[in-house]
Design a protein around this ligand. Structure first.
Ligand code: AMP
Ligand code: MN
Ligand code: MN
Length: 324
């Protein structure tokens, strides 16, 4: 472990021991890494007899409802005593959504994340962009605290890592990632059940949305850029929800000539959430940062407050120079 990180682990553990009321928050539109990380750390801190609360930032996508103790993530009113606020997988305060306001009430903020764009907004920052996922950092931190990882915690960590590595396929997957996964398997997780829930559980509505979206795929710059849109009308036609767009962006990136995949999700007529993925050489975190977003080199996002057509024009204009 790098020494700077080790020093942060030490401070974080000390702070955990000294705190009683601990809140753990995720980013808006939580993903598998986020939800799995929250649950694993929450379960671990409960073993230390802490009063731990897992804050819901947004609806939990149905994909993750199979996770053990998922009901622990919920809304809380009248929060006043926060000894320790732990933000997970969130590159900046804005990503915390409605829970951002709690930061000012917290005695101590612990920021644990793996985004290259993390702003180190905590009093203690365990930020490692070489970690595949926040789940990987959860494994290290829980071990550091000498808490034994049980099957439920292992299931949540495995889900977190698998989600953020594209089932152990992306560049961020290291030898260490596999070593951690091996250990989680030894603990006795039901790997098959996790994989079925995560990857082989698509509803018919989601399948219809996939077909409709791909039918309207647009290709630019000699097919190096693949772009698709999901509008509210399309969701209605398919009786689907925006969370059913999960997986579409990866499919676009997986098309042979495509280097950059772009998915424009219309949450409302002037709120477009953009997802970007790249395959080999384009830094999509940099592109998204020009629109106030961020993420990782190969997976990033931003929100554009324009119509979907205007958002598309802005992005194509921004990346045009990269493909000349
Ligand atoms: P997504 O396309 O939503 O799966 O996001 C891909 C990556 O980009 C994730 O690591 C997100 O945390 C990050 N990301 C997405 N949207 C934003 C945003 N508006 N600001 C900063 N990071 C983002
Ligand atoms: Mn995330
Ligand atoms: Mn993550």
């Amino acid at each position: 472990m790098a020494s700077i990180l080790e020093a942060e682990f030490k401070k974080a553990y000390k702070q955990v021991l000294e705190s009683q009321n601990i809140y753990i928050a995720s980013h808006v539109q939580p993903d598998g890494d986020n939800i799995g990380s929250m649950l694993s750390l929450g379960l671990a801190l409960k073993k230390l007899n802490k009063n731990v609360r897992l804050l819901k930032s947004d609806e939990i996508p149905s994909d993750y409802m199979f996770l053990p103790n998922i009901d622990l993530i919920k809304d809380y009113d009248n929060i006043d005593e926060i000894d320790l606020f732990i933000a997970l997988d969130s590159s900046d305060e804005g990503r915390l959504g409605k829970n951002k306001d709690l930061l000012s009430k917290a005695k101590t903020i612990l920021n644990i994340d793996h985004h290259i764009s993390n702003t180190d907004f905590g009093h203690i920052n365990i930020v490692d962009h070489n970690a595949s996922s926040t789940g990987e950092l959860m494994y290290d931190f829980i071990k550091y605290m000498n808490i034994s990882i049980d099957e439920d915690m292992a299931t949540c960590i495995y889900t977190a890592i698998s989600s953020d590595t594209g089932s152990f396929m992306y560049d961020n997957t290291s030898a260490k990632t596999h070593e951690i996964a091996a250990d989680l398997i030894k603990i006795g997780i039901d790997k098959r059940n996790i994989n079925i829930n995560l990857y082989q559980n698509k509803s018919l509505e989601r399948t219809k949305l996939f077909i409709k979206t791909m039918d309207n795929l647009e290709l630019y710059f000699e097919n190096k850029v693949g772009l698709a849109k999901i509008t509210q009308d399309m969701l209605e036609d398919c009786n689907a929800k925006m969370e059913d767009s999960e997986g579409i962006i990866s499919f676009i990136r997986d098309i042979s000539p495509v280097e950059v995949a772009i998915l424009l999700k219309e949450f409302s007529n002037n709120e477009i959430k953009v997802s970007m993925r790249s395959k080999r050489y384009i830094d999509v975190a940099k592109i998204c940062s020009n629109f106030g977003g961020g993420g990782h080199i190969r997976a990033a996002g931003c929100t554009i407050n324009e119509s979907i057509e205007e958002a598309k024009a802005l992005i194509l204009n921004e990346i045009e120079g990269l493909f000349r």
